[in-house]
Write a protein that binds this ligand. Structure first.
Ligand code: 5GP
Length: 263
């Protein structure tokens, strides 16, 4: 698979074209950003970990019948994915109140929600990804009612699968953001809706079940330190990283370097 021109560069990832018009390469950068780019840093090793964690999660979802864009991991930082037209919507699921829900509505931090809460945000950096209703989505043609119906069902199913997956390794899935796209079939018609982007500690809130220690990007947002150690902890618990690691793709200072188990 030949890597071609850069198609798009986002805050944490780059998309490259390939010699197959239906496939692209997703490259995970070490860049961390928060508060709509106001806070930026390089977190060495983050891209490698997110690539591997996202591969693990999307592969598991796919085995449970969720259609995803993921095809295979190519190397430490890159994966081959289906090219998709991404809906301009962030789909957020909340199981426990925190973050912008607590800020917006005053729901106390840590409140366990009776049923998962689905939210939609318009993907627009200039506007800080504002919260929108389904009616906004239909009015502006960002997705059809049928598409949202399909996506909502997929999203709640993903929440069930991931909640179980993390609970099994002592982690509470507090909330997360996912994105979807539409892929093209042989006749160049857009048809299938697939889960796209990534699912990683960058896009989820993950709390240790016992101590409620944060194992996600909030460590960066809130200057809590030990970001890479937290992401490594998630990888280790999911069984992706062995207990003993000894190579240095990255230099973490005192942190143990990354070595992944062979598949
Ligand atoms: P909140 O709305 O509370 O800031 O975020 C809710 C959840 O969605 C969190 O898990 C957060 O990480 C994720 N999320 C929301 N917006 C974004 C975004 O623009 N980028 C990333 N990486 N995650 C997001």
């Amino acid at each position: 698979m030949n890597k071609g021109n850069k198609l798009y560069e986002g805050k944490a990832k780059i998309i490259y074209e390939t010699n197959d018009k239906n496939l692209v390469i997703q490259h995970f950068k070490d860049d961390a950003t928060a508060f709509n780019n106001l806070k930026k840093a390089k977190v060495e090793g983050k891209g490698v970990l997110n690539n591997r964690i996202s591969e693990f999660i999307l592969t598991n979802l796919s085995q449970s019948g969720i259609k995803t864009h993921f095809i295979k991991r190519l190397n430490m930082r890159e994966q081959l994915i289906k090219k998709a037209e991404i809906f301009p919507i962030e789909f957020i699921v909340r199981n426990i109140s925190t973050g912008s829900l607590t800020k917006r509505l005053g729901i106390p931090e840590g409140t366990v929600l009776e049923t998962p809460l689905l939210e939609y945000c318009y993907k627009k950096d200039e506007l800080n990804d504002p919260l929108i209703s389904r009616e906004h989505i239909y009015s502006f043609g960002w997705a059809t009612e049928n598409e949202i119906k399909t996506i909502d069902i997929m999203t709640l199913r993903i929440n069930d699968i991931l909640t179980g997956m993390f609970r099994a390794v002592g982690i509470k899935l507090v909330d997360f953001k996912i994105e979807y796209g539409k892929t093209w079939n042989k006749d160049r018609e857009k048809n299938e809706i697939v889960l796209a982007d990534e699912i990683s500690p960058d896009t989820c809130r993950l709390w240790d079940a016992k101590t409620e220690k944060k194992l996600d990007k909030d460590r960066f947002r809130k200057d809590l330190g030990n970001i890479i150690q937290a992401y490594q902890e998630v990888a280790r618990r999911l069984g992706i990283m062995p207990e003993e690691t000894n190579i240095s793709e990255v230099n973490f200072g005192k942190t143990i370097p990354i070595k992944f188990k062979k598949k």
